[in-house]
Design a protein around this ligand. Structure first.
Ligand SMILES: Cc1ncc(COP(=O)(O)O)c(C=O)c1O
Length: 390
């Protein structure tokens, strides 16, 4: 397996490593334990050489870099003025809902999904209509019939592609069907594509707004360098909004809520979109880690089920057949001292599931799986949990 520098993060400002006590292995929040590309770190350092750190905004150079990156990576021709810079994708979702919805309207979304995307409807007085994704063979798929039914009543749709937590990467045919649905039912579309740089096994990421001018004209696409290059703490992202009237409405919705972007985040973003070797190595590394997880899980916790992720570093694991007492994540935290994200964050009904972040070292992953397997085994035998039970 390719090695990535993974310096210890315990005792740093890391949310992932600080939330729990030292005996817990943290595999929850979605950042990776790998050091960023030195070129990105150098770009931040270079910016600091100018000692005035006042308010700043994206330069023309950064806009052009992103225009080129969209063409190079996704065969999508965008214009520099379509870009709106943001301190994060999550604020961008809030801003778009503020701009394009009115209370009482209905938001259509597939679940399970990243909690802030699931929870945002109520921030804006919207009804959240969830359509469960379904497993077909060994793939996650959309329940097209349910989507079509629900879409008739909805006003806005949030797509998450690559999907968090299932890791699915939507195919062109699926995206075409989704775009057609939005056009037919007159839905606005917010597409959260924050994980788009980490498609695995040679898969391509297709921005849904790139499919046609018609779908582009009703879309807000949200992206960032943050997940791909592991620089999420620098809080910089961007929206691509092709329609000029929609852009004006987004900018108006931003007032008083979403401020300008951190200048170091912008410097890092500009460098990141040139760091293609690092990105390709990260994809390879993540795919190797995913395969290690699949292999070890099958051997050590054979009753756990997971569909291999097609993108990013998150595994959605179904522990239903392990017959654990209570929610899976709470069980593993208490008895195995491994912190996963609880399934109920992604779908209220799915406490038997958990999300595991495998963007870590092989050693960390193996240690966590070893502890988890041991607690599952002991529970089956009716014995005492072995690790740190209170
Ligand atoms: C799908 C998805 N959207 C948005 C975010 C949050 O992005 P940001 O930190 O840029 O607000 C995350 C972070 O995990 C995510 O997985």
């Amino acid at each position: 397996m390719s090695e990535f520098a993974a310096p210890p993060r315990r005792g740093t400002d890391s949310n992932k490593w600080n939330r729990y006590s030292e005996d817990v292995i943290p595999l929850w929040v979605a950042d990776m334990d790998y050091a960023a590309d030195p070129e990105i770190v150098d770009a931040v350092r270079k910016r600091l050489e100018h000692p005035v750190l006042g308010y700043g905004s994206a330069t023309d150079g950064l806009r052009l870099k992103l225009v080129e990156a969209m063409q190079r990576d996704h065969d999508w021709r965008i214009e520099p003025e379509w870009l709106i810079f943001l301190p994060g994708v999550e604020p961008g979702v809030g801003m778009a809902l503020h701009a394009f919805t009115t209370p009482g309207q209905s938001l259509l979304q597939e679940v399970p999904v990243y909690k802030p995307l699931r929870a945002c409807a109520k921030n804006w007085g919207l009804t959240h209509t969830a359509v469960p994704q379904i497993i077909h063979g060994c793939r996650w798929e959309s329940d097209t019939d349910s989507l079509e039914k629900v879409a008739r009543e909805a006003s806005i749709h949030i797509l998450c592609n690559p999907q968090n937590p299932t890791g699915r990467v939507y195919t062109r045919a699926e995206l075409e069907a989704r775009a057609e649905l939005c056009l037919r039912e007159d839905l606005m579309l917010i597409s959260d594509e924050i994980h788009c740089g980490l498609t695995l096994d040679g898969r391509a990421h297709i921005p849904i707004a790139s499919l046609s001018p018609e779908i582009a004209a009703r879309s807000v696409t949200l992206m960032a360098a943050s997940k791909t290059w592991n620089i999420a703490g620098l809080k910089a992202a961007f929206a691509i909004v092709p329609d000029a009237t929609m852009r004006d409405r987004m900018m108006a919705a931003k007032l008083g809520m979403v401020d300008s972007v951190n200048i170091l985040g912008l410097a890092a973003m500009e460098a990141a979109y040139g760091c293609m070797e690092w990105r390709d190595a990260a994809r390879k590394r993540i795919a190797d880690m995913r395969d290690l997880l699949i292999h070890d899980l099958a051997r050590k916790i054979p009753h756990a089920r997971m569909i291999p992720a097609e993108g990013s570093f998150l595994a959605w694991i179904d522990f239903t057949d392990c017959d654990l007492p209570g929610h899976a994540a709470a069980f593993f935290l208490e008895y195995a001292r491994v912190a996963l994200s609880c399934g109920t964050e992604f779908d209220e009904a799915l406490g038997t599931h958990a999300r595991l972040n495998y963007g870590c070292t092989a050693q960390t992953l193996s240690a966590a799986l070893g502890r988890m397997a041991e607690t599952v085994e002991r529970t089956k035998l009716g014995g005492d949990p072995p690790f740190g039970a209170p």
